[in-house]
Design a protein around this ligand. Structure first.
Ligand SMILES: [Cu+2]
Length: 152
């Protein structure tokens, strides 16, 4: 009874593993930029697409490449653009959250080593409902734009 034992194996899987396979969240075009050798911080960008009928929130992120990871946005104060930490990033139902240069981003603070072009940074996103989502973030050369990114 091959079919039956397969079904039992699925039922025995921990809830978290099941949730991962059926997560309504899709991470599109993740990327980070390479950092200068002296840089202490880097940033990562991506689009979080939510296919569910209920909203979710990105609560925090973790990565082995940095001692501390924060969620940031960019605000304009007078003529100066400043980064500001945000407590969470909303992902609307049947919608998306866009993390892009000049706006929301994942800030990798106190880098363990400079981010090198061609490498991949592992980042774990922690959502209120979807839980932990692992993302392999490609590191692009400094100043480059990934396919599909607008240039101004
Ligand atoms: Cu920042």
């Amino acid at each position: 009874m091959r079919r039956r034992s397969l079904l039992l194996a699925v039922l025995a899987m921990p809830a978290a593993a099941l949730a991962q396979g059926t997560s309504p969240l899709r991470i599109e075009q993740p990327f980070a930029r390479a950092t200068a050798p002296t840089a202490r911080a880097g940033s990562a960008y991506m689009t979080i697409v939510n296919g569910a009928a209920s909203a979710d929130r990105l609560l925090r992120a973790e990565s082995p490449v940095a001692a501390r990871v924060e969620l940031h946005t960019v605000i304009k104060e007078g003529d100066v653009m400043r980064m500001r930490e945000v407590p969470a990033i909303d992902v609307p139902a049947n919608g998306k959250a866009t993390l892009a240069p000049g706006g929301l981003h994942i800030m990798l603070m106190e880098l363990n080593a400079p981010l090198k072009a061609g490498d991949t940074a592992a980042i774990t996103l922690v959502f209120e409902k979807a839980g932990r989502v692992e993302v392999a973030v490609p590191i692009l050369p400094l100043g480059s734009a990934p396919a599909g990114e607008h240039k101004h």
